[in-house]
Design a protein around this ligand. Sequence first.
Ligand SMILES: [Zn+2]
Length: 226
Amino acid sequence: MIFYDWTIILILPGLLLGLWAQFKVKRAYAKYAKISTSRGVTAETVCRDMLSRNAEMSVSVEPVQGRLTDHFDPRSNTLRLSEGIYGSPSISAVGIAAHECGHALQQSDEYKPLLLRNTIVPVVRFGSIAYFPIFLIGLLASWEPLLYAGIICFAATLVFSLITLPVEFNASKRALTALRNGNYMTEEELDGVRAVLSAAAMTYVAAAVSSLLQLLRLLLIAGRRR
Ligand SMILES: [Zn+2]
């Protein structure tokens, strides 16, 4: 089988890094989900206050179903917090909600990497689905232009995961700054938020590493066909 040669080993480091990052996030989240901030303010209230103080635009805050489905929707300027986060005053909940506020603040400031990421989403969505059949047909037909067309499609995924890195790190940085300025928690509790958010950031690093290795693998397979 063409796809199960030695180059599959290249995928392993990314996979292991991803699993390790997920384990770290789960552990940090569980630890700080049990500890309420001493001020006892819920994630929802923190977000409303933080956004009214720091955002140039008006952002609505509403609950959304699901577990950890929290996100900022840039089309409707809505911050959606999941059931377990919305009404919770835990360090984890406030931290994750503040991170999502960070994305809303990026939008409000027209932070360039976020705008760029939003712009390329349709291309990335197409590329991530199309690359595999295109590459595979190129491989079966031994037709080089098609192989490289598949690789270019996949490269969009790598570009996306690389742009995601500054966007995510910056959202967490904004979250920590706003949490400190708003005096929503103590310095010690902020360390807990930092632990949860840096563990979450590692999952994005793992995704970028995985994409990079996968691209390398496709190039190696294509190069061998010459
Ligand atoms: Zn984020």
